[in-house]
Design a protein around this ligand. Structure first.
Ligand code: GDP
Length: 300
């Protein structure tokens, strides 16, 4: 947790500190509130949430009539936390069930960090003493399967793959079959993220899911989203959430942006909790998303 804070703080507190200093100014007039709202929007919080935060802060500051740094920090903390919906269930279901493994599909646009996230997630589970099978269902790029194989070797999880161009659904089926045969706890399926057409994507991911369900239920569909891509990433996320039933979001590359507000926006827009965050390229750079730790890191 300490490490998470340090890592987040480095990039995130740019916006947190900016807000704190704006809020602590001697005079808070319409212009200052507008600037506070702009800062929130620049940090990718989204216009609706930014307006709500400002509205609520404005009222509270007026009622309290004081702006001691501690109080301002406390108010801002409360607002940001409320926007993050801290009570959402962020558990990643990986416990397995009655003889079949938990199946997790990892979906998202290419380059967002799907393969890396699949590898890191396998690492976390294996570290917890769980057995994991990885399925390389991104068959459109041979490099993706190679990359997953490297992760598998690194974390101690077998990788099921086929030749480039093979049917992704058949790889997924084989991976889940392997998981069942091995008595594995979890099977993680890395999928292809070609946003060619919405119908194409729907057909492809739908088929992968249907085929998996012949062997085991799908417990999680984790949508991987690159935090540095802002509105564009959000648009892509919307398409995915329309074609598959996303159960959780993994926000990657949070180490590379000062715009952590995207977490607020993506949760609000998709109505799905951010469950995990990626904080680097290394095997240990995946963390459960903890709203309180996140807000504290921003305001540190
Ligand atoms: P995919 O095409 O969606 O499978 O994406 P990859 O897993 O190949 O990742 C694309 C690039 O992003 C690679 O260079 C990864 O090392 C990098 N990457 C993935 N997750 C993170 C993260 O959380 N932080 C940083 N800084 N880089 C990441």
């Amino acid at each position: 947790l300490v490490r998470l804070r340090a890592r987040l703080a480095r990039s995130q507190n740019v916006f947190g500190q900016g807000l704190l200093s704006l809020l602590s100014a001697d005079k808070l007039d319409d212009d200052s509130w507008e600037e506070i709202e702009d800062t929130l929007i620049t940090a990718d919080v989204g216009t609706t949430s930014a307006a709500q935060i400002v509205e609520s802060l404005r009222t509270k500051v007026k009622v309290l009539g004081t702006r001691s740094p501690e109080e301002v920090r406390g108010l801002l903390r409360t607002e940001l936390l409320a926007q993050l919906n801290p009570d959402l269930d962020r558990t990643v279901r990986t416990e397995g069930h009655s003889g079949t493994p938990s199946v997790l599909m990892v979906v998202g646009v290419n380059g967002t960090g799907k393969t890396t996230t699949s590898g890191k997630l396998a690492r976390v589970l294996v570290g917890d003493g769980r057995s994991v099978v990885l399925g390389a269902a991104d068959t459109f790029r041979a490099a993706a399967a190679d990359q997953l194989e490297t992760w598998g070797a690194r974390v101690g999880a077998p990788v099921v793959r086929k030749d480039e161009g093979a049917d992704p659904a058949s790889v997924a089926y084989d991976a889940v079959s392997r998981g069942v045969a091995d008595g594995a706890d979890a099977v993680i399926i890395d999928t292809a993220g070609r946003l060619h057409t919405k119908v194409g994507l729907m057909d492809e991911l739908g088929k992968v899911k249907r085929v998996i369900e012949k062997k085991s239920q799908v417990d999680e569909v984790l949508l991987v989203l690159d935090a540095t891509t802002g509105q564009n990433g959000l648009r892509q996320a919307r398409v995915f959430s329309e074609v598959v039933n996303v159960t959780g979001i993994v926000l990657t590359k949070l180490d590379g942006t000062a715009k952590g507000g995207i977490i607020i926006q993506v949760q609000r827009e998709l109505g799905v909790p951010v469950k995990l965050v990626g904080l680097g390229e290394g095997p240990d750079d995946l963390a459960p998303f903890d709203p309180e730790a996140f807000v504290d890191a921003i305001l540190d």
